[in-house]
Design a protein around this ligand. Structure first.
Ligand SMILES: Nc1ncnc2c1ncn2[C@@H]1O[C@H](COP(=O)(O)OP(=O)(O)O)[C@@H](O)[C@H]1O
Ligand SMILES: [Mg+2]
Length: 252
């Protein structure tokens, strides 16, 4: 392998070991949020979405964020994924205050550690499924051949074996959603944050993706934070929370 390139297979194995370590001893906090506040101003009116919200998640845990549209689920997920900043409060990954990083370091951290499935995909329509999926790996420094192989394997795993070279603009909403999931997994992140990952899928494809998420959690201790309206997916997570008055509330 040429110097300066990253073997994606090696990254997957390394992550596995890291997570195994954290699972074998005392469960340490992987993500901790303190006093998160976030407001948005619409039409001159400021609305508080998150208010002194606390969040604590150990490596390998799985949690579903559920609840009505507009309560702030995506807002919270974007902050947990460091894609948006809170107005105040702290977000710690393994005790590190990630919002204290400069933009370049934060982008590097996000690329390496967090996989994000957006509610509205944000794929590149003119590029094919393999190119979209491998993009984070190339940005992270992987060589093209390894990244292509990993992207193809993942696309097969999400059920898109016959769509590898389709431009994603030509794929159905459900197929795009599965490309978005494959892309989020390409660097085998320690944490997968997924915003309604089966929102556009029929029952059989949803069940397939649910099984895949559970497999990833079992095989690699991948930590999962999933926003979902799907009660089956929510029931597969080890805990369920909703947002009320800007704070997290545990559900049965
Ligand atoms: N960038 C933004 N600018 C203004 N308002 C926003 C923005 N993002 C979200 N909101 C508002 O914040 C509220 C929560 O949004 P969101 O987190 O997307 O809800 P959910 O994902 O639970 O449906 C909504 O009322 C939404 O309109
Ligand atoms: Mg949302």
């Amino acid at each position: 392998m040429p110097s300066g390139t990253v073997d994606t297979g090696l990254i997957w194995n390394t992550m596995q070991l890291e997570n195994k370590d954290s699972g074998s001893g005392l469960r340490s906090g992987l993500i901790t949020a303190h006093n998160l506040c976030k407001s948005f101003t619409n039409g001159g009116v400021s609305v508080e979405i998150l208010r002194d919200l606390h969040f604590d998640l150990s490596a390998g845990e799985t949690v579903a964020i559920v609840g009505a549209s507009g309560i702030g689920k995506s807002t919270l997920l974007h902050i947990l994924g460091t894609l948006d900043r809170p107005d105040s409060g702290q977000l710690l990954y393994k005790g590190e205050d990630v919002f204290s990083y400069d933009d370049v370091s934060l982008a590097r951290f996000r690329n390496k550690s967090v996989g994000f499935v957006f509610q509205f995909h944000h794929l590149l329509p003119e590029f094919n499924a393999v190119e979209n999926t491998m993009m984070p790996a190339l940005i992270g420094g992987a060589n093209k051949r390894d990244a292509t192989r990993t992207a193809e394997d993942l696309l097969v795993r999400v059920g898109l074996k016959d769509r590898l070279l389709y431009r994603v603009g030509k794929l159905s909403g459900g197929e795009q959603q599965r490309v978005a999931l494959a892309r989020a997994l390409v660097l085998k992140p320690a944490v997968l944050l997924a915003d309604e990952p089966t929102g556009n899928l029929d029952e059989s494809n949803s069940e397939h993706i649910h099984s895949l998420l559970i497999e990833l959690n079992r095989e690699f201790s991948m930590t999962l934070v999933v926003v979902t309206h799907n009660s089956q997916l929510a029931s597969l997570m080890s805990s369920r929370v909703t947002i009320a008055d800007g704070k997290l509330t545990d559900l049965p």
